[in-house]
Design a protein around this ligand. Structure first.
Ligand code: MN
Length: 298
């Protein structure tokens, strides 16, 4: 057994971990840190007898490892100072949503959508959703503090109506651009063609769904992580008590079929006893996966 065998093993393992890290972090292949890492890989692979290094080889390897170590520390530090922008605002506190700025000027989408509509839609309508959502969240904070949930139905409704309004409009503004149109490409186009048959068929379905929404609402292209296919949905008004752009973590079925045979009309006992069978491991695992999704906070 060579004198430095464990050291070489550690270096190779570290090298692999670094590659995985840079890959998962989406570091550009042209970034200098990649060429430094590749340099070390070449060096390790070029060792004629990795089991039996001579002093010079070991010295060269060690200094390469140290150099890379410093580089990685710099990289982490840079990344963290960029990250700290988000660390300072890691989440939107209850009642602290704000109106996102439009990613273009009010007249940028003309002639498809006039500047007058855009300005009104953004500064009046969207703003009122933001205000309504903040108000609902603050009132529910008060309810949790006081234990008085007599208005929970009202505030849940407000939460859904204004929450969906705020989240959907935030998506909507970014879904549009003055240089838009045409077709998507890559994976999205593949999925559209796979599920809807063709881009034209998708477009027709989406348009018809939009035109046929009863009263006011939205047409929505969604991704279903469960069935792993796209779908087109309609949303009347825009909520029916949901908040679009959210992911369910823990759900409780309170349809009568879920408890009536056993509890008759006593839904309260059913709800209280249900807590005894909640699988928190499952909820945690759903949360862990959902947590990876990060849209810009507003
Ligand atoms: Mn609107």
């Amino acid at each position: 057994m060579g004198r430095f065998e464990n050291y070489i093993k550690d270096v190779m393992y570290w090298n692999e971990e670094l590659q995985k890290f840079l890959q998962s972090d989406g570091v550009d292949r042209n970034d200098e840190i990649w060429s430094k890492l590749d340099g070390m890989t070449d060096m390790v692979e070029g060792l004629k007898q990795p089991d039996n290094l001579n002093e010079t080889e070991l010295y060269n390897l060690q200094s390469k490892v140290e150099e890379l170590h410093r580089e990685m520390e710099d990289y982490y530090q840079k990344r963290q100072s960029i990250g700290s922008i988000y660390v300072n605002h890691p989440y939107v506190k209850a009642g602290e949503h704000s109106l996102p700025p439009l990613p273009y000027s009010y007249d940028a989408l003309e002639p498809a959508i006039s500047a007058e509509i855009m300005e009104l839609h953004h500064t009046k309508h969207h703003q009122s959703y933001v205000d309504g959502l903040n108000k609902a969240e603050k009132n529910l904070v008060d309810a949790r503090k006081s234990g008085d949930f007599s208005l929970v139905k009202h505030w849940s409704r407000e939460l859904a109506f204004h929450g969906s309004g705020h989240y959907l409009h935030t998506i909507f503004w970014n879904n549009m651009t003055p240089n838009g149109g045409g077709k998507p490409s890559g994976k999205l186009l593949q999925e559209i063609e796979r599920y809807f048959g063709s881009f034209e068929a998708f477009k027709k379905h989406f348009s018809e769904a939009a035109k046929a929404v009863e009263g006011v609402g939205w047409a929505i292209l969604v991704w279903a992580p469960r069935s792993r296919h796209l779908e087109i949905l309609q949303s009347e008004r825009h909520m029916l008590l949901t908040q679009w752009d959210t992911i369910p973590l823990l759900v409780l079925d309170v349809w009568e079929h879920a408890y009536y045979l056993q509890y008759k009309n006593n839904r309260g006992d059913y709800v209280n006893n249900w807590w005894g069978v909640v699988n928190w491991n499952d909820v945690e695992s759903r949360f862990k996966q959902a947590f990876h999704l990060k849209w810009k906070p507003f």
